[in-house]
Design a binder for this molecule. Sequence first.
Ligand code: HEM
Length: 228
Amino acid sequence: MPKPFITSSIGRKYVMAVTGLILFGFVIVHMLGNLQIFLGQEALNAYAEHLEDFGALLWIARGILLTALVAHMISALSLAIENKNARPIPYAVQDTVQASFASRTMVMTGLIIFAFVIFHLAHLTFGKIHPEVYSLMDAKGRHDLYSVVILGFQDYRVAGTYVLAMFFLCLHLSHGISSLFQSLGLNNVKTQPVFKTAAKLIALLIFIGNCSIPMASLFGVLKPAGGF
Ligand code: HEM
């Protein structure tokens, strides 16, 4: 019986590309939402509250995101294991002229990002890293996410962990974004250099955007509300 398309090598590459696109979309939207911290306490706390107002829709989006993450990881790991098994004897000379450092480290950077997401959820979704500040409320009785985020990043170990994780995310995306267009068959010899440069630029912007929050908190550009 022929294998279903989705479990074939090409099928799994498609799954990786489509789920990668969903996760990439989330990273962009999430960063733009978070950058509202620079607009002040009211903007960020109101944004976080409005997100919760989506109710069932928010849970559907979370479900899609989790499914995309699991499918992305399963297809990536299964393809990597297959590739390794297909070549049990390593090359005498590693011919890595074509393969960039980012492309050769995709599995490793992917696993680091996964570990970061777990740490990040423990930090800002479940309040396990600095539980003493997590339940802060603002003057309107809302969860004071603004102060929670800034106080968390005033801890240089937390800020440092985020910056390091964003470096690996940047490396992963710098290859992943152009590679997903390739897998979806939207790339050709002419567009390839354009996609490669655009991917690196977008990855760099995501690095700068995401790192600006822990850095601004650590160096006192962003200050928590309520006289901490
Ligand atoms: C410095 C960068 C980042 C900041 C400041 C940040 C901030 C936050 C905050 C404040 C929350 C909790 C929102 C709430 O409780 O309402 C959150 C949730 C989350 N973040 Fe981030 N984030 C950052 C980077 C990332 C990255 C790079 C990823 C993924 C690779 C990510 C994935 C998530 C996920 C999956 C959630 C849970 C979303 C949900 O509950 O619906 N974050 N983030």
